[in-house]
Design a protein around this ligand. Structure first.
Ligand SMILES: [Cu+2]
Length: 197
């Protein structure tokens, strides 16, 4: 009797396995291979403060420093730009590429425009996300900037994140109408928006 027991066990095991395989096959169609996963979004932390050191471009004498902080619905940009022609008005935008290395700052690319709008006034109708009001220099050629840019974020890595992009000051005022950049002339200062905390 005892001789037969091992054979019984050997027979039971394959029988159970076959039953499970058959049950799995009959209850559902064969599983389809998963589609390739989309690349994960490159999320970055939200910044509490960022800075743009504005260096001269196009052989200007314009430079300065701007501080960026998140506010409800946008980003506050404040600071001082000096070396401007006295009492002038000058185009001022966020540009899409955080690269100010070209002598004319053309490396900063066009206006930051993630929503594919026409250029315009930040206050009226359609405009680029990076469009802002002209900055105004005092009699000593210094612009004291205190502005709010709506509809953008400081950090996060999303489409409207302005970290790693560039702030640009132009030689002429932005007319808020001419495409694609408001006829604001050469780029006289450029600074990359960098998180400091
Ligand atoms: Cu610009």
């Amino acid at each position: 009797m005892s001789v037969h027991r091992p054979f019984r066990r050997l027979l039971i095991v394959p029988t159970l396995t076959s039953a499970l395989v058959l049950a799995a096959c009959s209850s559902a169609p064969p599983p389809k291979p998963f589609p390739p996963a989309p690349p994960p979004p490159v999320a970055t932390p939200m910044a509490r403060e960022a800075q743009a050191i504005m260096s001269s471009a196009s052989a200007s004498l314009v430079s300065g420093k701007l501080t960026l902080t998140p506010i409800a619905g946008g980003v506050r940009i404040a600071g001082t730009i000096g070396g401007l022609p006295a009492s002038g008005r000058f185009g001022f935008h966020v540009h899409e590429t955080g690269d100010c290395s070209a002598v004319d700052a053309s490396s900063a690319g066009g206006h930051f425009n993630p929503t594919h709008q026409l250029h315009g006034s930040a206050k009226i109708g359609a405009h680029h996300a990076g469009d802002m009001d002209n900055i105004v220099a005092d009699v000593e050629g210094v612009a004291h900037i205190e502005t709010q840019l709506g509809g953008v974020l400081l950090g996060g890595g999303g489409a409207t994140d302005i970290v790693g992009r560039a702030l640009v000051v132009h030689a002429d005022p932005d007319d808020y109408a001419t495409q694609p950049a408001g006829k604001s002339g050469p780029r006289v200062a450029c600074g990359v928006i960098k998180v400091i905390r």
